[in-house]
Design a protein around this ligand. Structure first.
Ligand code: ADP
Length: 496
């Protein structure tokens, strides 16, 4: 067992203790007797220090040419590639998901680094004609200043990278408050940036809890924008707080994503997708496939195969390469799963497999739950409407692609969706009719690539997108008019 150590905040290029000297524990969810480390329990005073450092660094950073900023990101991407295995192992230990997935999480940060490095030589604005003679018009992107970021624990390096890398290449400086369950992976990400040559104060980390370290960041008068990923409940609090000072605020929140399986689908392929979509990351993804909407003709075959494959999954410590599903991240998350399994039973749905916490020595020290499938479910049941964020999925029977799309749309969320069919007409109808940020055809609800828009509608998001659109959030527009006529020309008046 690796030794636990004390990790510090990163402010103004130095590793520093919180002003109060308080720390909190970060436990391994596969074995809660393993303390991953002690992290600073920061408060408003620490956030103020971090914002001050970011403000001081901004002047120089915003004047650094964007291609040079991009080169630092590129080097950070290379360093992350070299350290991929080490950082993946750290992440499995603090978060629980299996090594294959944590390697993927680090890879997503690498992809984002390289993608955003290239943005340093694009960051396109536009030119457009003037209505007046001898006048030139253009629109250019400019950075915002200090931006604040609040991130969740399920993608502890990928999500911070989605925010930090675009923010940096655009010329902003940052303060990030990572999730209390997974601060080490964000620290590792920033270590790569520092070793790549990032100047002091450009990125700052303040670890701690939401109300004590996150809220002061949202409320700080010198923070020009907030980028948040987490639950819809907390997103509402963050969004309302940001609105009080008119801060732009990007919110990425929950999901209740559906996989539709039609009668003409390749059922085995759909089962592969269902397993990965429902039980990858132990269901703790905002894009998790927590509903299977299956057409009558293949329903029984799909359920039988899905149950059979689910029973073969191996639960355990994600550091063991033979394990296919790790634990839930913490007690609160496992309690939520247990609660929803009870709710599902009471609502009259049938447990086709799973439904309990597993027994056995190997698993008794962690937050494990069996992968669980409910059948005989109605689309209006709470287990089919509310986000569980655990390894629980619900199969709902349907009669047609039209009804399936209606059911898919019937929750408060709108993040991801998927359809399995070999009929191109039906696939396109689903693409058109499902109201969500993402639709996959013949692939599960998870698997976003970093260079497309990421985000959703309704209670999932407030209109912003990460990925390809992140630079829209981390820049603001400046319209520039250059008159070379040597006389006063009045728009709308002298243009006849
Ligand atoms: P999850 O369900 O993924 O844990 P949460 O919404 O609970 O998501 O948390 C996401 C992030 O928001 C975490 O970093 C958490 O500390 C932070 N957070 C929680 N409460 C608040 C708050 N009141 N203000 C700002 N940030 C908060």
């Amino acid at each position: 067992m690796a030794q636990s150590k004390i990790y510090k905040n990163f402010i103004g290029g130095e590793w520093v203790e919180s002003r109060s000297g308080q720390t909190f524990e970060n436990l391994n969810p596969a074995d809660t007797s393993d303390v991953v480390g002690y992290f600073q329990d920061s408060s408003e005073a620490d956030v103020n220090d971090a914002v001050e450092a970011a403000k001081a660094a901004w002047e120089k950073w915003r004047l650094t040419p964007a291609p040079k900023r991009g080169e630092i990101l590129y080097r950070a991407g290379e360093i992350l590639s070299e350290r991929k295995e080490e950082y993946a192992r750290d992440m499995t230990r603090e978060m629980g998901k299996i090594l294959k997935e944590t390697r993927g999480d680090v890879q997503e940060a690498i992809d984002t680094a390289f993608y955003m490095a290239g943005e340093g030589r694009r960051m396109f604005g536009f030119t457009t004609p003037s209505e007046l003679k001898d006048k030139f018009n253009m629109a250019m992107r400019v950075p915002l200043g200090v931006v604040g970021m609040i991130t969740p624990w399920n993608f502890p390096m990928a999500i911070p990278s989605w925010k930090i890398f675009p923010a940096l290449v655009c010329g902003n400086t940052c303060v990030i408050k990572p999730a209390e369950d997974t601060p080490l992976s964000t620290i590792n990400l920033v270590r790569a940036l520092v070793d790549a040559g990032l100047p002091k104060g450009v990125v700052n980390i303040v670890t701690g809890h939401g109300p004590t370290a996150g809220a002061p960041l949202v409320n700080h008068k010198d923070v020009r924008a907030i980028s948040f990923t987490g639950s819809s409940e907390v997103g509402r609090i963050v969004g309302q707080a940001a609105a009080a000072s008119f801060k732009p605020c990007s919110l990425e929140m929950g999901g209740k994503n559906a996989i539709i399986v039609l009668d003409d689908a390749n059922v085995d392929l759909a089962v592969d997708g269902a397993l990965w979509g429902a039980f990858g990351t132990a269901g703790q993804r905002c894009t998790a496939a927590s509903r299977m909407i299956v057409q009558r003709g293949v329903h029984d075959e799909f359920v039988a195969k899905f149950v059979e494959r689910t029973k073969k999954m191996k639960i355990g410590d994600g550091l063991d390469e033979t394990v296919t599903m790790g634990p839930q991240v913490n007690k609160q998350q496992i309690d939520t799963t247990v609660k929803y399994v009870e709710i599902g039973k009471n609502e009259g749905a049938k447990i086709a497999t799973g439904g309990s916490r597993p027994n056995g020595d190997r698993l008794s020290r962690g937050w494990f739950h069996e992968p669980t499938i409910f059948t005989n479910a109605h689309p209006k049941m709470r287990i089919a409407q509310e986000e569980i964020f655990g390894p629980v999925t619900t199969v709902i029977q349907t009669t047609s692609v039209e009804e399936a799309a209606e059911i898919a749309n019937s929750t408060m969320y709108g993040l991801s969706s998927a359809i399995y069919t070999r009929d191109v007409n039906k696939a396109f109808r689903a693409i058109r009719d499902i109201y969500a940020g993402i639709t996959y055809v013949n692939a599960p609800t998870i698997g976003a690539e970093v260079h497309l828009p990421f985000g959703g509608v309704k209670a999932t998001g407030n209109g912003h997108r990460e990925g390809s659109q992140a630079i829209d959030f981390f820049t603001t527009w400046k319209a520039v008019y250059i008159d070379y006529s040597d006389k006063l020309q009045r728009a709308q008046i002298d243009n006849e």
